[in-house]
Ligand binder design. Structure first.
Ligand code: SAM
Length: 232
């Protein structure tokens, strides 16, 4: 097996010289991801390798460990370490009316179909901080379907779910979101949906209370309408 001397991924600080075996490291990473899947049910096995490797090493260094196998030992035996790693591994990039073309197509082709149903359920799997959920709520309201909809919004990351529930988004992104909203076929003035409050843009809470929206992780749900936890 070829042995290379290479920089261990991480902080970008001056790398320690050490013997680094990429083939062996790949085996360790695959074993860790398999272990996480089998023990906790979170499936990161198909994630981009370079990205997952970088994130694993960030956790390894923060814990003062020296190998992926050492992290595996901790993760499999300590649920708290799995919690930390979950935060490291989840990529939470999102935006309101992200991909405006999707919302135009949704309005044009899906909404007419939804109108034929007495009740609609929509599931945002991997909702991150909730911008996508609010976007859909606005669209449904504008299309007159809001009152017969229930939106389920789920994510594995409890931290982002908390932000989703709060409904406060960075003010500095409002211009971008306004542009997206217009390009997505929005029919109102985007600024009607939020007020500047708590250091951010607080979104119209009736977007979450007029119907039952759920932010959940596994079987645990958060019903926005009822403002309580329940079981899905
Ligand atoms: C890149 S964000 C996308 C957010 C939003 N759907 C959007 O497109 O703007 C991906 C989200 O999916 C979540 N996620 C990743 N894997 C998941 C899984 N197996 N189950 C639930 N959520 C997951 C992450 O925590 C993250 O918040």
């Amino acid at each position: 097996m070829a042995v290379q001397v290479a920089e261990v991924p991480g902080t970008g600080a001056e790398p320690e010289r050490q013997t680094f075996k990429p083939d062996l490291e790949r085996i360790e990473i695959e074993l860790l991801l398999e272990g996480i899947f089998r023990h906790y049910g979170f499936d990161f096995r198909a994630y981009a390798y370079a990205s997952i490797r970088r994130r694993l090493w960030k956790r390894i260094e923060e814990e003062g460990l020296s190998s992926v196998s050492a992290l595996q030992e901790r993760v499999l035996h300590e649920p708290e370490m799995m919690e930390k790693l979950l935060l490291d591994l989840s990529i939470n990039v999102t935006a309101m009316f992200r991909d405006p073309g999707f919302y135009c197509t949704f309005r044009e082709h899906v909404i007419p179909l939804l109108r034929t149903y007495p009740f609609i359920r929509i599931w945002h799997a991997g909702c991150s901080t909730g911008e996508e959920v609010y976007s859909m709520a606005m669209l449904l309201r504008e299309e007159g379907l809001y009152d017969r909809a229930r939106i389920y919004a789920t994510d594995i990351n409890e931290v982002v779910l908390q932000r989703a529930k709060a409904g406060i988004f960075p003010l500095e992104r409002m211009q971008e979101y306004t542009d997206n909203y217009i390009r997505a076929g929005g029919t109102r003035s985007f600024s009607e949906y939020y007020t500047a409050k708590y250091g951010g843009a607080l979104f119209d809470q009736s977007l979450t209370t007029a119907f039952s929206t759920t932010v959940s992780r596994c079987s645990e749900c958060w019903c926005w309408a009822a403002r309580k936890h329940c079981v899905s």
